[in-house]
Design a protein around this ligand. Structure first.
Ligand code: PLP
Length: 381
C-alpha cells in the first residue's frame, strides 16, 4: 500500500466497486446443453420449442393463465396499448422509468400525469377521478419497485368510468398479495426481463392476458399481424423473443427462488441497520411482507445531515454506485413538460420523492460485509 496517498484515495484503490445491481446469471456450463439443442434443431425464433416451454413454465411459476413472451418490456407496453385499441388520453404516473410514458407517445396517445401516494410512491387512486376527461380511455399505473398498486381502488374507478387498466409490472415479478399474483389485476399486465430485473433473460418481457382470445391477438400483434402464411390482420410489430433468450429464461427460472430469498435477506439486513438512522426512511415500510425487493429505495429526508445529492456523491467516492430512481420525473423530460398535467404543482408528492430518493445496491450475492460498509458510510456522514 502506498503510505503517501491520502486515506480516501487508498480506500478508492482497495475497495471494489459495487453497483446498484448485478445481473443474476445461472452457471454458464449449465447453459451449454440448451445452446446445443438450439444448434441441433436450427429453430432460432418464431415461437419455437423453448419459447413455448418458457411461456408454460412462467404461467405456472407466476400463477397466471395466459402469458405472451416479448423481446423486451417496452415493446410489450406498446403492444398492450394496441391490443386493447387504446386512444385519446391515458392516466399514468410521472414516477417511473421513462418507457412507461414513451409507450403512450409511440401510440399517439396523450399521457395525463397524476400524483403518487406518499407511502408507496404508486399512483394515488384519490387523484385519478379529477384527471378523467371525455377523451380518457385507460389507466396505466406502475407497481413501482415491485410494491403493488391499490388495485381494488383503481379497478373501481375504471369500472365506474368504463376505462381499461394496463399495469406496467416491469418490477413486479413474483409479487403475490392475498388474492394471488398481482399480475392478475387489470386488463393486461406487462413484465420486463431486462438484465437489471429480478428475473432476466438478457433482454425480454411478457404480457399477462386474461383469456386465450386476448393472448391470440397479442401473438398476432407481436408477429407483424400474421395469422398464417398469407393473412395479416393488423399492423403488427416484431416483438418476438428469440430461442436463446427463452432457453436462458428456462434455466434462470430454476434458480429464481434462491435469488428472491437472497434479496429478502439483504433487504432485512438494510432494514435492521438503517432503522435507527435519523432522516433515512426505507420504502416501502420494512415490515412489508409483499415487496419482492427488486430495489431497495430510501428517502433522504430533510432532517438528514446532508442532501440526497451530497450522499449520492459521497457513496460514489467510496465506489458505491447508487442510483436516483426515479429522478428526474418523466413529466420533467422535454417531450412531456409542456403538458398541463406535467406542472410540478400538480405532482408535489412525486417531485418530493424524486428529490429525496436513492436506490441502494441489492442483488443476490451482495455480502453482509458490503451491506454494513454501505450503511456505515450513510451513518457517518
Ligand atoms: C417501470 C418500467 N417500465 C418499463 C421498462 C422497460 O422494460 P424493458 O427495458 O424490458 O424494455 C422498465 C425497465 O427497463 C421499467 O423499469
Amino acid at each position: 500500500m502506498n503510505a503517501s496517498l491520502p486515506a480516501e484515495a487508498v480506500s478508492a484503490l482497495t475497495e471494489e466497486t459495487i453497483f446498484v445491481t448485478q445481473p443474476y446469471l445461472s452457471p454458464l456450463d449449465d447453459f451449454i446443453p440448451y445452446l446445443r439443442e438450439i444448434w441441433d434443431s436450427k429453430v432460432l425464433t418464431n415461437g419455437g420449442p423453448f419459447h413455448q416451454r418458457l411461456e408454460a413454465a412462467l404461467e405456472e411459476y407466476l400463477g397466471v393463465d395466459h402469458l405472451a413472451l416479448f423481446s423486451n418490456g417496452t415493446l410489450g407496453l406498446v403492444t398492450a396499448l394496441q391490443a386493447l385499441r387504446i386512444t385519446g388520453e391515458v392516466i399514468t404516473t410521472p414516477y417511473s422509468f421513462v418507457a412507461t410514458a414513451h409507450s403512450l407517445l409511440w401510440n399517439g396517445i396523450k399521457p395525463v400525469f397524476v400524483d403518487v401516494d406518499p407511502h408507496t410512491l404508486n399512483m394515488d387512486p384519490r387523484k385519478i377521478e379529477a384527471a378523467i376527461t371525455p377523451q380518457t380511455t385507460a389507466i396505466l399505473p406502475v407497481h413501482c419497485y415491485g410494491y403493488p398498486c391499490d388495485t381494488e381502488a383503481i379497478q373501481k374507478i375504471a369500472d365506474n368510468y368504463n376505462l381499461k387498466v394496463i399495469y406496467d409490472a416491469a418490477h413486479a415479478f413474483g409479487v403475490r398479495t392475498g388474492g394471488g399474483s398481482v399480475l392478475r389485476h387489470g386488463d393486461l399486465s406487462v413484465l420486463s426481463f431486462h438484465a437489471t430485473k429480478i428475473f432476466n433473460t438478457f433482454e425480454g418481457g411478457a404480457i399477462i392476458c386474461p383469456d386465450a382470445k386476448t393472448k391470440q391477438r397479442v401473438n398476432h400483434l407481436k408477429n407483424f399481424g400474421f395469422v398464417d402464411e398469407t393473412t395479416v390482420v393488423a399492423p403488427g410489430i416484431n416483438g418476438k423473443m428469440s430461442e436463446v433468450n427463452a432457453a436462458f429464461g428456462l434455466l434462470q427460472l430454476k434458480n429464481i427462488d434462491e435469488a428472491l430469498a437472497s434479496r429478502r435477506d439483504i433487504a432485512s439486513q438494510y432494514c435492521a441497520l438503517l432503522s435507527d438512522v435519523p432522516g433515512i426512511r426505507c420504502l416501502p415500510a420494512c415490515d412489508s411482507p409483499i415487496a419482492n425487493r427488486a430495489y431497495f429505495p430510501i428517502l433522504v429526508e430533510d432532517d438528514f445531515p446532508c442532501s440526497r445529492d451530497a450522499l449520492f456523491e459521497r457513496l460514489r467516492q467510496h465506489k458505491i454506485i447508487v442510483r436516483r430512481y426515479f429522478y428526474p420525473l418523466i413529466s420533467d423530460f422535454p417531450m412531456y413538460r409542456g403538458l398541463v398535467s406535467a406542472n410540478p404543482a400538480n405532482l408535489p408528492v412525486a417531485a418530493d420523492a424524486a428529490r429525496k430518493v436513492l436506490c441502494l445496491p441489492i442483488y443476490p450475492g451482495l455480502s453482509t460485509a458490503n451491506v454494513e460498509r454501505i450503511v456505515d458510510i450513510i451513518k457517518t456522514y
